[in-house]
Write a protein that binds this ligand. Sequence first.
Ligand SMILES: C[S@@+](CC[C@H](N)C(=O)[O-])C[C@H]1O[C@@H](n2cnc3c(N)ncnc32)[C@H](O)[C@@H]1O
Length: 328
Amino acid sequence: MSIEFQTEEEAKDYANYTLGVDDDAQKRLVLQSSITREMMGVVLPPSVVAHLKSIAKNGERPRIADVGTGPGNWLFDVRAQLRDEGVNALLDGYDLYPSLFPPEEKQKTEEISFHELNIHTRENFESIGKYDVMHIRYLSAGIGPEQWDSAFDNCLSVLKPGGIFIWEELLLEKMSINDPATWKNVLTMFKLNWSILRRNDVDPKLSALFGENLEGTSKEEFTTKNLPEKWQRMQAANMSMATKELVDRASEHGDAVVKHLGLETVGELQSLLKLTQEDFKNGCVLHMPVNRWMGVKPTPGRNMPLENSSSAERRPSWAQSIRKWIFC
Ligand SMILES: C[S@@+](CC[C@H](N)C(=O)[O-])C[C@H]1O[C@@H](n2cnc3c(N)ncnc32)[C@H](O)[C@@H]1O
């Protein structure tokens, strides 16, 4: 669809990343990470832990990367889980906005390194070495419709053959409100034209990318709907804060962006934000459906079907055996 910004530059600037990158955003990401942990159970599924243990058994130190790490909450959870499992892995967090990184003292205590990196810049990946596990969570707001393939390929380029790629993503288009008839302000807010969030078609896109590039792929579905009441309230707070980030970023860019959303002025958008926050305070919950895609990078020559061989000559047992091994 056409975007009615005053200039192309204005549109591009706003579209780069539509959420906050300040202290408040950092606090919200800590909250969102706890909700996600509660929703998904363990951080690393047993098959991934088994893969890391097999590497450690061979005398190597497994390497794990988290791209778009923000304050590194996923990595801190991984460190805790692997400590319990007796695995001493090297953990690296990467993000475009170092302002979100945790304090250096915490980085040191937990032995986790943080580095600036843009998922869209191939050169950033060329000197960071190879990883046994690549992880991404909630990064779709930073990826445009035309950028998925290259972003995926950049991450794949640093994954070792046999390494595991995990991508967990929020499905914006499948979000639901607990009682839409009551919480009209939240409904109005989310009916605005937020197409600029650029996260359309996340599910078909990631399913295709995993299916085409990796072996033994799986997709698991999670939702906040089944969480106990206490966590539902936290999810309401999470969505209230996320809405404020979105609205504040849109407001910074003035009336052109606000008009694109379908309102007249920044003031009008800010008034709707206040009403929306009231709804969240009074019991509205906006639920997060989240998918986790996983797959294994094939070993060239061993796992990938040979181009010139017939399907009977290929190794039909590879996908089956890896699936059994990973998802048992
Ligand atoms: C919603 S946050 C998720 C943070 C973290 N993965 C988590 O689950 O708590 C999205 C993160 O992606 C980062 N990001 C946005 N655009 C990026 C890009 N082009 N390259 C790398 N990171 C990016 C943001 O700075 C932010 O930390």
